[in-house]
Write a protein that binds this ligand. Structure first.
Ligand code: GAR
Length: 214
């Protein structure tokens, strides 16, 4: 059985689109079986539907308890036969119970050089701190926000002319490279989570793999 990816988004879904395209090109040995969101107005949903991909909206506001929304989302993911889960700009904190169900099979991408700047406004925070570089990190999903063992990072220099918007655009270009790459490692079992540590090709990733453009 081939790998089936459920991708969760909250917005435009450009990372999700890259994943779909990489699957279609054969760069990822998987298919995207579901694109789901907490927001009905997430732009990526329409894009996915146009490509014939199943979509779902689980709006936490429709549920009395946050955990119930997570349960409904997990049920959708399972109903579509998903083997793996990708968070791609999904802006909700997931319950421990939800995360445990996908342990070792779920990745997230975050626009910072983790462990720096978890949460929101990571680009603005890197600028405000006077950092010389920033970037993006793909990591295994754990219950804590933007945590979990890091797999791969890509860095970009911060230029004096950069603002949060230009920086976000530069970092996003790198996200579009490293997320499909890490996903392919995961679905081909090159990347595994063991004892809460990431291993790539049987090597412990003490630090995340560094992607360089050259
Ligand atoms: C991306 O920059 C992603 O790294 C970030 O949201 C953006 C979604 O863009 N995710 C987080 O901040 C998660 N904490 P996209 O919808 O175009 O993929």
């Amino acid at each position: 059985m081939g790998a089936k990816l459920a991708v969760l988004i909250s917005g435009r879904g450009s990372n999700m689109q890259c994943i779909v395209n990489a699957c279609e090109k054969g760069d990822i040995n998987a298919e995207v079986c579901l694109v789901a969101s907490d927001r009905a107005d997430a732009g990526g949903l329409a894009w996915a539907a146009q490509r014939g991909i199943a979509t779902a909206v689980i709006n936490p506001k429709d549920y009395q308890h946050r955990d119930d929304a997570d349960k409904a989302m997990a049920a959708q993911i399972k109903a579509h036969g998903s083997t793996h889960l990708l968070l791609a700009g999904y802006m909700r904190i997931l319950s421990e119970e939800f995360v445990a169900q996908f342990s070792g099979r779920a990745l997230n991408i975050h626009p910072s050089l983790l462990p720096k700047y978890k949460g929101l406004n990571s680009h603005a925070r890197a600028l405000a701190a006077g950092d010389q570089e920033c970037g993006a990190t793909v990591h295994f999903v754990s219950a804590a926000l933007d945590s979990g063992p890091a797999v791969i990072q890509a860095k970009v220099m911060i230029e004096p002319s950069d603002d949060a918007e230009t920086l976000a655009a530069k970092v996003l270009c790198l996200e579009h490279i490293i997320y499909p790459k890490a996903t392919q490692w995961l679905v081909t079992d090159r990347l595994v989570l063991e004892d809460n540590k990431a291993r790539l090709d049987n090597q412990l990733l003490e630090t995340p793999r560094q992607y360089s453009v050259a």
